[in-house]
Design a protein. Structure first.
Length: 231
């Protein structure tokens, strides 16, 4: 178990380095007053969302604005887009495009994502608790099952996120061009910044997703190892 924990930590560190995760840089790119002002010329979030849903031909989606929330998301089961407090940030157009794109993804995959993420979390809690009990046998098998479940979750979730993240820039661009609220140069400067944001952002999201699975494996392996050593 100790070896698995060490391998997990090394993999986590190596992936962090390879993927060049830099949350500070993302924050820096996301802060741009000039672009915020350009984006201000577009309608408010709910209207953008409605118009984009019309564009992707999926108007049955409910839209809910929650100024207290920090994350904008698409909820597959109630088929609802929850728009958080996006402030006046220029990235809001791409963020809304991202959620609208989630809403038109393959329904089976969306539901599978909800099911597997909950099953995975529940299974992790069970394995975590069992790993603390010295009398429990076969912890390696539990850890192996947890890893496989984690990888299955990762596969579905990473596909859904990458698909939405990669396409969002195009939908946002098309939308901005159709509205004709700002000049072509201004749209180009927004898209240039979206590309910079996505270059790091997509890597970070993938790292966070996979890293979360590695951390869970390391945690269970470390506790099981500790319990083996001390009891
Ligand atoms: Zn997403």
């Amino acid at each position: 178990m100790g070896i698995i924990a060490i391998i997990g930590i090394v993999i986590y560190g190596a992936l962090f380095w390879v993927m060049q995760v830099n949350l500070k840089k993302i924050k820096e790119i996301a802060e741009n007053e000039k672009l915020d002002q350009i984006a201000d010329q577009y309608p408010e979030n709910r209207i953008i969302c409605e118009e984009m849903l019309k564009k992707v031909k999926n108007e049955q989606v409910m839209i809910e604005e929650d100024k207290e929330a920090n994350t904008t998301m698409y909820l597959a089961i109630p088929n609802k887009i929850k728009i958080a407090n996006l402030k006046g940030n220029y990235s809001r157009i791409q963020t809304i495009a991202h959620e609208c794109l989630h809403s038109i993804q393959n329904r089976r995959l969306l539901i599978a994502n909800v099911v597997i993420s909950n099953v995975y979390l529940l299974f992790f809690i069970i394995v975590f608790v069992l790993s603390c009990i010295p009398q429990i046998q076969g912890k390696q098998i539990l850890l192996c099952a947890l890893t496989l479940l984690g990888l299955s979750y990762y596969m579905i979730r990473a596909y859904l996120e990458n698909d939405a993240m990669i396409k969002a820039r195009y939908l946002a661009k098309e939308y901005m061009e159709e509205k004709q609220s700002v000049t072509k140069e201004e749209i180009d400067s927004m898209i240039y910044q979206y590309d910079k944001l996505n270059d790091i952002g997509i890597r970070c999201v993938n790292f966070q997703l996979f890293g979360g699975i590695v951390i869970k494996v390391v945690l269970v392996a470390l506790i099981s190892w500790g319990v083996e050593c001390f009891f």
